[in-house]
Design a protein. Structure first.
Ligand code: ZN
Length: 154
């Protein structure tokens, strides 16, 4: 679970396939309770929040960097998260955190993506939660390439 200051980090983690909760409008108390109830690890930039003794030991991680890519590196290193999904695969929806599935029948997304994208023959991925459609070659794919490089080079 990412705190309100870590929206970009939350989106990055989702793209990499990690189940990441993020609420924009939530009080510290509600955030802690939700993390506790759902058995989540709290990622926070807030030293005060990190010091609260609500969550079990080791279930809070204080993120140090201001830069989202560096933050991602901190989290991945600390929790020894596995390698990112293979080329051409995206993990979870950046909006609602639900897993994405490759679209089998291309025709089913015809009306949901721009004409030139549909005609380009790209693979499509659809969110199992909100229905949002993703495709290769978008800014997301560039992000994934950057991330693979960052994680490899350390
Ligand atoms: Zn979604």
């Amino acid at each position: 679970m990412a705190d309100v200051m870590l929206g970009r980090l939350a989106r990055y983690l989702r793209l990499l396939g990690h189940d990441t909760a993020y609420e924009r409008d939530i009080t510290d108390a509600a955030l802690l309770l939700l993390a506790l109830k759902e058995g989540r690890i709290l990622l926070t930039r807030d030293t005060g929040l990190a010091a609260r003794k609500v969550l079990p030991r080791g279930r809070t991680f204080l993120v140090l960097s201001d830069d989202p890519a560096r933050q991602l590196k901190e989290v991945i290193d600390h929790f020894s998260l596995g390698p990112p999904p293979p080329e051409g695969l995206i993990g979870r929806c950046t909006v609602c955190n639900s897993p994405l599935a490759r679209v089998g029948v291309r025709q089913s997304v015809r009306d949901l993506v721009p004409e030139h994208v549909f005609l380009s023959g790209k693979d499509f991925f659809r969110c199992s939660g909100c229905g949002r459609v993703y495709w290769e070659g978008s800014h997301i794919e560039r992000f994934m390439k950057d991330m693979r490089r960052l994680l490899k080079d350390g």
